[in-house]
Design a protein around this ligand. Sequence first.
Ligand code: WT7
Length: 663
Amino acid sequence: MSTDHQLAKIFPSKSNITLDQYKELHKQSIEDPDTFWSKAAKEYLDWFRPFDKVSDGSFEHGDVRWFQGGKLNVSYNALDRQIGKNPNKRSNDIALVWEGDEPDDIRKLTYEEVLRKVCQIANALLRMGVRKGDIVTVYMPMIPELAMTMLACTRIGAVHSVVFAGFSAEALAQRISAAQSQVLITADVGCRGGKQIPLKDIVNDSLTKMDCDSIVKHVLVWERFYTGDAESTPPYEMSARDVRMDPLVAVQRPYCPPEHMDAEDNLFILYTSGSTGKPKGLLHTTGGYALYAKMTTQISFDLHPGDLFACVADCGWITGHTYVVYGPLLNGSTTFMFESTPVYPDEGRYWDMVQRHKITQFYTAPTAIRLLMRYGDEAPKKYDLSSLKVLGTVGEPINPEAWRWYYEVVGNSNCTVVDTYWQTETGGHVITNLPGVTPMKPGSCTLPFYGVNAAVLDPQSGKELTEPDEHGHYEGVMALKQPWPGMARTCLGDHERYLNVYFRPYPGYYFTGDTVSRDEDGFHFIIGRMDDVINVSGHRIGTAEVESALVAHPAVAQAAVVGQPHDIKGQAICAFVMLTVGYEETPELLKELRGSVRTEIGAFCTPDLIVVTPSLPMTRSGKIMRRILRKIVCGETDSLGDTSTLADPSIVDVLITKVGELT
Ligand code: WT7
C-alpha cells in the first residue's frame, strides 16, 4: 500500500510531460501492457491481496480478465483509503458538494461523513437481506444519497443497476425483470426545473408490469425532504414491501467492514441501447473498472489536490458512474453533484455554480453547450469563471462552432477543452486529448488513452486501412485492437450477444459501432454511429426501441425510426408510421403516439416528427430501407442511391412531398 494520499504521480500530466513523452509512454503501454497496467494497479489502488496475473483471455473468446487473484473493495479505495492515509487532513476534506434543484439548496459532505453514511446504508442493505452478488436496482434522483447508495452496494459486494430516473415505468420494469432484482431503491420524488417528479408512483406502476410484482421483495424509499423525524407520516402511501430508507439508515452502525472482492467480481450493470429492441445490461467488474475510472479522471482532466471537479451528467448514465462518483472519489478529490438543469432558474446556472463553488474542471455534453450558446455570450460573461482549468465534452461529436464558444467564451481561451470519446462499454475515456500535452483540434477527440490501441478498419474487408483517401485521411470503422482494464466483460445473461455485437463483426477487434476519420497527424474525428442507434442530446437510443413503443399503440401497423440532424440535440427522432386499417391521422392521434413513446421509454425519446404514410420503402423481401428514409429526412434526396429494389418505388416521391410539407 502506498503511504500518502497524494494523487498518483507516475503518469504526470500538464507542464511535466511533452507530446513525445506521451507517445513514448503510450507505445510502451501497447507493446507491454502487463508491465504498464501492473505498475498502475499497484500505484493507484489498495489491494487486500495482491493479484497473481495482470491480464488474461482474449477478444476472440470473450474471456478477458484483469488482475486475477487480486482482492480489493471499491468503496474502501474511494473512502477509507483517502481517510486512512492522513487522518488529520483527509477526513475533513470535502468529498462531495451537492447543489439541488434550487441554487440555495447546497450540501457539503466530508470524506468521514460519506464513509459513515455509506457504511450505514450498507448495513441497512445487509439488514434487508442483500448479499454479495445480488443485483440492486436503483431508481433515484440526483441527490447525495444516490452516490452513497451506489458506494454502499460496492461495500458489501452487491451489484448496482442504476436506472436513469427519466425512464418510464415500462422501461424500469423491463430492467428490473431482466436483472431479476429483488431489491429496488428509490425516492418519493425527484426535483427538476422547479417541478417534482413522482418517482415512487412510477415505481408502483412498474411493479404492476411484467413479472416485477413477484420479483421485487423490498422497495427502499428515500425521502427527498426528510426532516429527521422517524415518527412522522411518510409523504407517500406505504405498501407492505415498502421500507422508509432514512429512518432505517439512521439507526445503523456507521461502520461496515468492506467485502473483499475478487478483481473480476461483478461491480455494476448498466443498461444501454443497441440496434435491437432489447436494452443490453453491460457488466463491469471491480479491479479493472476502478483502475480505469481513477486513471482516466486524473489524467484526462489533469486533476490536482484541491480541485473541485464538476461533471454535470446524471448517475443514470455511465458518465455519472465514472466521472461523478467513482473517478473523482477514487482520486480523493472533491466531486460536484448537480440535481437541476442548465436553464433553471435561468441560462446562467452553470456559470453561477462555477463562480460560487470555484469549479476547476467542468464536464458536460455538446447538446448543453449548443443550447446555452443560443442564449448568447452575456450569461457566461456575467460570472467570474477564472477558477476553470479544464472543460470537458462527451456524448457526441462536438461541432467546431460549439467547441469555439466553449473554448473562447466559457474558457476565456485559457482552458483546455478535452473531447473525451468513450462508451458505456469502455468504462472510461478511450480516445481523448490530455491537458497541456495533446494539441487541440476543434471536433477531434485526438489520440488514444494509455493502453488503448485504436484502429481504423475498412468496413468491407475488416482490415486496417493503410492507404489514405485523397485528403490524406483514413475514414472507416472505429475499432480497438487489444483489451484494456475498463472494458465491459459481458451482457448480463447473454454472453452470445456480447460476442455478436462487439467481437464478431471484425474478428480480432472490439467494434465500437462508430465511424471515424483519422487525419494525417493520427488525430481522430468521430463521425457517428453506423448501426441503428440515434444520438439525441447525447442519449443513445436504439431505433428499434422507439419503433416497438410506437407499434405498441393499436393504431400503428408498422413503424420505422431514423435520426434527423438537429441544431441543439445533435439528432432528433423522426418516425414514419403506417396506420392500422380504420385509423386516421389526426392531431390527437399524433399526440397519443408521442405519449406512447413517453410511457414505453421516457420523455427524452419523444419523436420530434411523426410522418404518417400509406406504406414504407421496403425491399421485395420485406426489409424496410431506413437508408432511404434517412436521406429523405436529411434533405439529401438527390443522393437516394438505388431504389430499384423497392417493392413500390413510387412511395419515395410520396414521402419526399410529405416530409417537405411537415418540415
Ligand atoms: C456513443 C456512446 C460515454 C459517455 C456518454 C455516452 C458517442 C461519446 C463522444 C465524443 C463523438 C461520442 C459515440 C459512442 N460519443 N463520446 N467525444 N465524440 N462521439 O455513452 O451512451 O454509451 O454512447 O456516444 O457514438 O459510441 P453511450
